[in-house]
Design a protein around this ligand. Structure first.
Ligand code: MG
Length: 218
C-alpha cells in the first residue's frame, strides 16, 4: 500500500484514489490543441501508480512518447461528499508536488478512437508524488510557482494563479460525483511546457513553499 505523508505533523494516510484534472491551465490546453472546458475534465490514476521522491519512472515498452506534467497535489483529510465551495478548504490536509506522467502517443491514439485513456495515465510509476506540507502552511494555493526541469534544463515554469478551476471549486465539483475520503489525492492540472523524457533522463520538479521531487527515467 502507498502512503501519503505529512512529516511536519507525523500524519500518514493510505493513498486512495487519485483524481486528476485535464486542461486546467488554458495555455497548456492550447499547446495540445484542446479546447478549455467549462466543467473540470476528470480522470483517475490508481494508487499503485505512485512512486516517491528519488524513484524511477519506467516507460512501458508499448509507448514511444512519455511526457512530464508538473502539478500541485491536494491531499484530502476528511470525508467529503457534496461539499459546498465555501467549506471545501476545510477538507484539505496538505499540499504536495506530483508529476502526471503521460504516454502521449497512447493517449492520442485512444482519444482519436473515442476510447478512455486511463492506461496512458495509470501505468506503474505514472505518479511521482512528494511528501505533503500541512494545509495551514499554504494560505493560498493559487499563488505558487511550479517548475520542472529535465537534466537541469527548465521546461515548465508556471504559476497556480493560472488555474481555470480553483481548489475549492474542484473539491466541491469532484465531491458531488465521487465521495472523497481521507488519503485521496487531487492533481490540479499542469501549466504549459510539457514534453517528452527518455530513459537516462532526470526530472526535477518544484513548487514554491510546497516541496520538490527528483525522479529518474528508465
Ligand atoms: Mg495532467
Amino acid at each position: 500500500m502507498k502512503t501519503a505523508k505529512i512529516p511536519a505533523t507525523n500524519q500518514e494516510f493510505p493513498i486512495g484514489k487519485i483524481v486528476c484534472l485535464a486542461r486546467n491551465y488554458a495555455e497548456h490546453a492550447r499547446e495540445l490543441g484542446n479546447e478549455t472546458p467549462a466543467a473540470p475534465v476528470l480522470f483517475m490514476k490508481p494508487s499503485s501508480s505512485v512512486i516517491a521522491d528519488n524513484g524511477a519512472v519506467r516507460i512501458p515498452s508499448w509507448s514511444q512518447e512519455c511526457h512530464y506534467e508538473v502539478e500541485l497535489a491536494v491531499l484530502i483529510g476528511k470525508t467529503s461528499r457534496k461539499v459546498p465551495v465555501e467549506a471545501a478548504m476545510e477538507h484539505v490536509a496538505g499540499y504536495g508536488v506530483a508529476i502526471d506522467m503521460t504516454l502521449r502517443d497512447v493517449q492520442n491514439q485512444l482519444k482519436a478512437k473515442g476510447l478512455p485513456w486511463e492506461i496512458a495515465k495509470g501505468f506503474d510509476s505514472a505518479c511521482p508524488l512528494s511528501d505533503f506540507v500541512p494545509a495551514a502552511v499554504i494560505p493560498d494555493p493559487h499563488n505558487l510557482e511550479l517548475r520542472l526541469s529535465v537534466n537541469g534544463e527548465l521546461k515548465q515554469n508556471g504559476t497556480s494563479s493560472d488555474m481555470i478551476h480553483r481548489v475549492p471549486q474542484i473539491i466541491s465539483y469532484i465531491s458531488g460525483i465521487f465521495t472523497l475520503e481521507p488519503g485521496d489525492v487531487i492533481l490540479t492540472g499542469t501549466p504549459a511546457g510539457v514534453g517528452p523524457v527518455q530513459a537516462g533522463d532526470t526530472m526535477a520538479a518544484e513548487i514554491s513553499a510546497v516541496g520538490r521531487l527528483k525522479i529518474s527515467v528508465q
